[in-house]
Design a protein around this ligand. Structure first.
Ligand code: AMP
Length: 381
């Protein structure tokens, strides 16, 4: 029987996962190098250690009945170590290995018969010249591993810029992708049980700012045919990866083409809306999947728009909360982070509306009333 869930990673995704797991009666242990992390503030225990500390990883495994992770950039070796010690890890190391590496990931997606942007791996200047000849410009160059939120990415329009990006990457393995002139970006959260049962949340339409998710609109403004293709592709991917747990697949929609951009073998920022707008959240779905509880199909109470609250480096105190919460349709989530560094994810707001347009209008007002200011104590110093 599963009583304790171990979470590798201590950020906001782990925090919301923990809140839902605790509500459902589970104990939670998290492993995260920074003390008092967003997850650690809620969990029963936080092991303060590096993600690659074998003793601490062993400790996490020993204290947990199932271990999961809240972001995919944890060392694969840590998950392999847990598996070697006979611990249950969900999703498993095989799924993590592929989704940690953009080249393996896109190759895998193609093998599933699903489209991606044309791409090629690039390791050095000679390879880059060959790939430029084959794929052309404009293009996006990304580090194959370790990038997130637009970090380790360069939009390049000519050979000079491409070589500059290669130099900046300092020998890291890169992927070179054709730039997709998409109409919109959508993502879908699915969850899959060990028995192969699969459920999917309504797809969300995502708008990014500097590579960071800014707004998610639910349901995505796509035709039922495109929505069905997105779901079918995501379910094929989950099945072929053998994922047990919640996962997210991001797509570009260009005309009637749907192209996979990324797979996250975990709960995802674009699924935050499910805490407020569907009868089960992505976090509950993940807990259910990894704890062998029934998976039920989510349904939407109403259209919703989620906006991320990002730091801007001007102060650590969020202003405008009183005004925001005067709106009966606004749900505020803050992650317990002390410093609102530039573009750091500090919280989010989900706005419900009778229509997507109504929710969007309110979300824009919500964005306008929130701002950062210096804490009074910081001013006095
Ligand atoms: P990623 O880290 O791959 O999710 O990329 C972050 C964001 O950059 C995406 O959500 C897109 O907005 C943009 N982007 C990434 N790859 C491409 C591409 N091949 N074509 C056009 N835009 C891209």
């Amino acid at each position: 029987m599963i009583e304790t869930i171990g979470i590798l990673g201590g950020g906001q995704l782990g925090r919301m996962l923990t809140l839902e797991a605790k509500r459902m009666g589970y104990r939670v242990v998290t492993l995260e190098p920074f003390p008092n992390s967003p997850t650690g503030q809620i969990a029963d225990e936080q092991i303060v250690a590096a993600y690659d500390d074998p003793r601490a990883i062993g400790e996490l495994g020993a204290r947990s009945d199932v271990t999961t992770y809240e972001f995919e950039n944890i060392p694969l070796d840590s998950v392999l170590l847990l598996e070697r010690e006979g611990r249950l890890v969900r999703p498993d190391a095989a799924a993590l290995r592929i989704t940690q590496d953009r080249v393996l990931e896109k190759t895998f997606v193609r093998e599933c018969g699903i489209g991606t942007a044309p791409f090629a791996p690039v390791a050095d200047a000679r390879e880059l010249d060959v790939v430029i000849g084959e794929l052309g410009f404009p293009a996006v160059m990304k580090t194959a591993r370790g990038g997130y939120d637009g970090k380790g990415q360069w939009v390049v329009r000519d050979a000079h810029a491409a070589h500059a990006a290669l130099a900046e990457a300092r020998g890291a393995q890169l992927i070179f992708e054709r730039f997709v002139p998409f109409d919109l970006e959508v993502s879908i959260i699915c969850a899959r049980g060990a028995d192969g049962t699969s459920i999917a949340f309504p797809a969300s339409e995502n708008q990014h700012d500097h590579g960071v998710l800014a707004t998610s609109i639910v349901p995505a403004r796509i035709s039922p045919e495109i929505a069905a293709r997105v779901r079918a592709a995501a379910e094929t991917i989950g099945e072929r990866l053998g994922i047990v747990g919640a996962y997210c697949v991001e797509f570009f929609v260009a005309g009637d083409e749907v192209l996979v951009n990324e797979i996250a073998p975990r709960v995802h920022n674009s699924g935050h809306y499910s805490l407020d707008a569907t009868q089960i959240s992505q976090y509950e779905a993940h807990v259910r999947a990894i704890c062998d509880l029934p998976l039920v199909e989510p349904y939407l109470f109403s259209p919703a728009v989620m906006i991320n609250i990002l730091g801007d480096g001007t102060g650590d105190e969020l202003d405008g909360i009183v005004e925001l919460l005067s709106d009966p349709d606004a749900k505020l989530h803050l992650y317990g982070k002390a410093h609102a560094a530039l573009r750091r994810k500090m919280g989010h707001v989900t706005i419900l509306g009778k229509t997507v347009a109504a929710a969007l209008a309110k979300a824009e007002r919500a964005r306008a009333v929130l701002s950062w200011k210096a804490r009074p104590s910081a001013l006095a110093r």
